[in-house]
Write a protein that binds this ligand. Structure first.
Ligand code: BES
Ligand code: MN
Ligand code: ZN
Length: 499
């Protein structure tokens, strides 16, 4: 897909399709008004006949509209003008993409970026449209024996602006959004791959390939014997039952001076979570191939910032293994020693994410980070709390939480700030070790975060529980690419904050 910004009037565009909005009640947007005038009231006539109500996300495709140089005109319903805001924009743009890609148009000019909207500018509209286009063309069918050719993927999309000049701000937004879109694609592809293909070794190979493609990235892969030497008894306890070897992947992105301390991203990379000896029930267990989506989002984000050439130092750390039952698997009641020295009583082998993350978080300190953010499909309880809309956000520092929330709002990849209060900590008290790995049913997402907080006392830290947002179930089953937009935007904002 190619994207660009184009100035000029909609009726004069020679393209496969020109796209313009109509508000509910038939009120034409500025671009639609211009088209209507050039076409001698063809559009208003159609609206008067009742064929386009302007209802949100409705579309109407027209051919051979008089005096319009494009082959097609696509009208998109925007809903009520006084209710038009971010969500309405996103609904209409997604509908527009669906309708556009159902046509044979090889290129299109979209006049939807300068619709007046409270709190969001045209640069925002442009980035969101780029992401919607990526979303709309995404397919994961290369494992089918007969994959169809994806013609939509070669469509050229132009953002038509009626007035003035395109600004540097808009150009930057477009480039960054395209990089985020590519990063999300990588994250989705890795997430959607089955566990028999996307193993810990496969993730390590992907990291090596990413570092090969970008000079600014350096990769290191630690093996189980290396982790043994580092004292990662907690991480290694999870992989004991598996035949696939665990890996600890580190990707260092150098975009700024060597002296600048890095931001570290840690992603949970359980390539299949069967639960281990605390075996999960069979229903929907296939979805536990998605238990490496945190890791995939770290890779996607690093690819995006490398593509952008962000002037910042970022380190990605990916602890990756399988969680399987076997004769050698860790058993409930086993006690292990983490890299931090704290001992852990494993009461449920299905609470494995925190066991691999705690050692990776201790390992992260070696990079003397300003900030560490971990991303994990950590708890089913988070899905119960926040559903599939918001990621759960925890932090030991409120400023960091605010910055991440803001980045999520900005990209519409939203998170919700959850409590990390001391009062929850006693749920992790163990009779036999320093800490136990489960805190009971009450506040399950919170106590998981509390567990991690015991290993992150030396730096600014945040945790994103993406169990509800990393993939969709049911008919639409598939990875979402979240929270690559939130993370990338956060990092982009950090550069601007430092300058
Ligand atoms: N990977 C799962 C969390 C998960 C479950 C994400 C369902 C999305 C959907 C995690 O390793 C896990 O199994 N967590 C347990 C923790 C419990 C044993 C304390 C859970 O949430 O049930
Ligand atoms: Mn589990
Ligand atoms: Zn898991």
């Amino acid at each position: 897909m190619e994207f660009s910004i184009k100035l000029g009037s909609p009726e004069k565009q020679r393209s496969g399709c020109v796209v313009a909005g109509v508000f509910e009640g038939g009120e034409l947007s500025d671009a639609a008004l211009i088209l209507d005038k050039a076409a001698k009231n063809t559009l208003s006539g159609i609206i008067a006949r009742g064929d386009m109500s302007g209802k949100i996300a409705s579309t109407l495709l027209l051919h051979n509209v008089p005096n319009i140089l494009s082959e097609r005109v696509l009208l998109v319903g925007l809903g009520k003008r006084n209710e038009f805001a971010a969500r309405q924009y996103l609904d209409s743009i997604r509908a527009a993409m669906r309708a556009l890609f159902a046509t044979g148009a090889k290129d299109a000019v979209l006049y939807l970026a300068d619709l007046p909207m409270a709190g969001r500018d045209s640069a925002w509209c442009i980035s969101q449209t780029v992401l919607a286009a990526f979303e709309s063309v995404y397919r994961f069918d290369h494992l089918k024996s007969k994959a169809e050719k994806n013609k939509k993927a070669s469509c050229k999309i132009q953002f038509g602006l009626l007035s003035g000049k395109s600004t540097a701000h808009q150009d930057v937004a477009l480039k960054q959004a395209a990089a985020i879109g590519q990063g999300m694609k990588l994250t989705k592809d890795l997430g959607n791959l089955p566990g028999n293909i996307c193993t810990p070794s496969y993730l390590a190979q992907q990291a090596v390939a990413l570092a090969k493609a970008h000079k600014s990235l350096k990769v290191t892969v630690l093996e189980e014997k290396d982790m043994q030497k580092l004292g990662m008894g907690s991480l290694l306890s999870v992989t004991r039952g598996s035949d696939e070897p665990a890996k600890l992947i580190t990707l260092e992105y150098r975009g700024a001076d060597k002296k600048q301390t890095p931001i570290v991203l840690v992603g949970k990379g359980v390539t299949f979570d069967s639960g281990g000896i605390s075996l999960k029930p069979g229903a929907e267990m296939d979805e536990m191939k998605y238990d490496m989506c945190g890791a995939a989002s770290v890779l996607g984000t690093l690819q995006a910032i490398a593509e952008i050439g962000l002037k910042l130092n970022v380190v990605g750390i990916i602890p990756t293994c399988e969680n399987m039952p076997s004769g050698s698997a860790t058993k409930p009641g086993d006690i292990v020693t983490s890299m931090s020295g704290q001992t852990i009583e494993i009461l449920n082998t299905d609470a494995e994410g925190r066991l691999i993350l705690c050692d990776a978080l201790t390992f992260a300190a070696k990079f003397e980070p300003t900030t560490v953010i971990d991303i994990a499909t950590l708890t089913g309880a988070c899905v119960i709390a926040l559903g599939h809309v918001a990621s759960g956000l925890y932090s030991n520092q409120d400023t960091l939480a605010q910055e991440l929330l803001a980045a999520g709002e900005q990209t519409y990849d939203r998170a919700w700030h959850m409590p990390l209060w001391e009062e929850y900590q006693p749920q992790l008290d163990s009779n036999f070790a320093d800490i136990q790995n489960i805190g009971g049913r009450a506040g399950g997402s919170i106590t998981a975060a509390c567990f991690l907080s015991r290993f992150t006392k030396d730096y600014r830290w945040a945790h994103l529980d993406i169990a509800g947002t990393a993939w969709k179930s049911g008919k639409e089953k598939g990875a979402t690419g979240r929270p690559v937009p939130l993370l990338t935007q956060y990092l982009i904002n950090r550069v601007q904050a430092d300058n």
